[in-house]
Design a binder for this molecule. Structure first.
Ligand code: PGA
Length: 222
């Protein structure tokens, strides 16, 4: 059975009230379970929303795992404004690392990203490493890579399935990564065109994960 990861990336969005509405809607719509594929649904959230989402998921026993969109490369201690994995691990199992928005807006380097990957591994958090193409370095031991070409992010113009398959296959062969996801303008309408590909093991979804109905539809269609 093929395992698929459906990962929502909320970026800088949603208040606690809006999050409660999203959770309520998702629990009523019900996250789909499939007999043909094993689907793991993850939402990567702003730090402020982690306690709310964690308690709701536990109370309602939703099939939803939690992640963050980044964390600090420092350990806990005197680092004003930083959020280290050691303190986040009580909430999360996953962390997006190296998103192109952080590489571009915050000048994150491959070196810093490698440090964060090592920190994730130290605290038993599974990093979802974002790569922008075949040239992006992939540190040893990474198990989930998300191929996110910059032209496709938030533009409504996804990569072609042919391009996603070619790059995913290359990454698997070159780096021995077991799971490669595709991300960039994924919608309920086009998701299956990616998840049906033999080298694609799921999707990283920004915009379409913010709307509960759209997100559930997307998981169903994957
Ligand atoms: P998008 O974002 O789905 O809104 O294009 C994807 C991402 O940046 O993770």
């Amino acid at each position: 059975m093929k395992k698929l990861f459906i990962v929502g990336n909320w970026k800088s969005n949603k208040t606690t009230e809006e999050t409660k509405e999203w959770l309520q809607a998702v629990s009523l719509l019900q996250l789909p379970v499939s007999s043909e594929t094993e689907k793991e649904t993850i939402v990567c959230l702003p730090y402020t929303l982690l306690p709310t989402v964690k308690s709701f998921v536990e109370e309602k026993q939703l099939a939803l795992k939690l992640g963050v969109e980044d964390f600090s490369a420092f350990d806990a201690g005197a680092h004003t404004g930083e959020e280290p994995p050691e303190l986040l691990k009580e909430y999360i199992q996953y962390a997006i690392i190296g998103h192109s928005e952080r590489r571009n807006d915050l000048a994150e380097t491959d070196e810093l990203i490698a440090k964060k990957i090592a920190a994730a591994q130290k605290y038993n958090i599974t990093p979802i490493l974002c790569v922008q193409g075949k040239e992006t370095p992939v540190p040893d031991g990474v198990t989930i890579v998300a191929y996110e070409p910059i032209f496709a992010i938030g533009t409504g113009h996804p990569a072609t399935p042919e391009n996603a398959e070619e790059v995913a296959k290359f990454i698997k062969e070159k780096h021995g990564v077991p799971y490669v996801l595709y991300g960039g303008s994924v919608t309920p309408e086009d998701v299956h065109g990616f998840t049906e590909l033999s080298s694609i093991d799921g999707v990283l979804v920004g915009g379409a994960s913010l709307d509960a109905e759209k997100f559930v539809k997307l998981i169903e269609a994957a």
